[in-house]
Design a binder for this molecule. Sequence first.
Ligand SMILES: [Zn+2]
Length: 127
Amino acid sequence: MSIENVEHGSRCAADCGFGASSDGIDCLPDGDGCGMAFLLEADESEFHDRYMVEATKAFNAILNMMPEDPKGRKPSFIHTRMGTMLAWVDHNANECEHQVTHESDDLKIAEVLGIRNFGAKGAIQAS
Ligand SMILES: [Zn+2]
């Protein structure tokens, strides 16, 4: 079996954090809730059948169609207790001035990120 090595950035494949404000989102090296937006491709199995394999390929194909960001940010998954959101994140920021992190209150996170639905938690609508 060969494992494809994909360049996703030094520390940011899955385990960085985020600091957000309405001005932007920076990566936090010691945090949780942020990672480069791509899905791991895996062999077909009991829990990752051909539908999962095809869906993974399709998701990654869409993510690969994203244009380069002029500010150098990368498409990223922001994981919150409410669900996961796609966002441009600066993974090269030296300092993060944004105070809202995955540990912040759900309403604060929703407000700063502009989240309009709390789908994973039910029918709460933020708008
Ligand atoms: Zn990062």
